[in-house]
Design a protein around this ligand. Sequence first.
Ligand code: FE
Length: 205
Amino acid sequence: MEPARKYSLPELPFAYTALAPYISEEQLKLHHLKHHQGYVTGANAVLEKLDKARKDSTDLDLKAMLKELSFHIGGFRLHDRFWENLAPAGKGGGGVPQGDLAKAIDDEFGNFERFKKEFTQTATSVEGSGWAVVTYCEKTKRPLIQQVEKHNVNIIPGFAILLVIDVWEHAYYLDYKNDRAKFVESFWNIVNWDRVSRRFDELKK
Ligand code: FE
């Protein structure tokens, strides 16, 4: 068992080779084992510093530390969600949403194609590094598309995530160089709509 009160890198729900050709083994390994791990290490380092300062009663540069902490925790959580909403093409990945999720998308966007177009534009137009996310607002019962810059520094995300894509360059540069649009186009082949639907069903209960 992992020691409590710390982050640890979750295993991927598929093999490193499983998302090819849309995400290659090399790209996926690098992303998971280096970048996602980087946020685990980063968050734990800040938590250790906080623990130590509290124990020793020393002062902290809270402004800087909390910014750093939110960067790493945001990165950790968004990656977690991202892996979960992917699946190998044709084996759980791709296709279109079904059931209540499909209906909610139609109600909000008119139809799936319109949703796909808006989400694609959201992902391709993130300034610098960031994410495109579909969240769910429990107040209005509406799915919302949101853009996240970096990992939403200094913001505790207040919305449950239904679907997310990582558009940091580290997510695609080995496979697509700087062609983010091509990566986003490929993403639709490996979306695990079943998983997204289950998240939606849990939230609207
Ligand atoms: Fe990433």
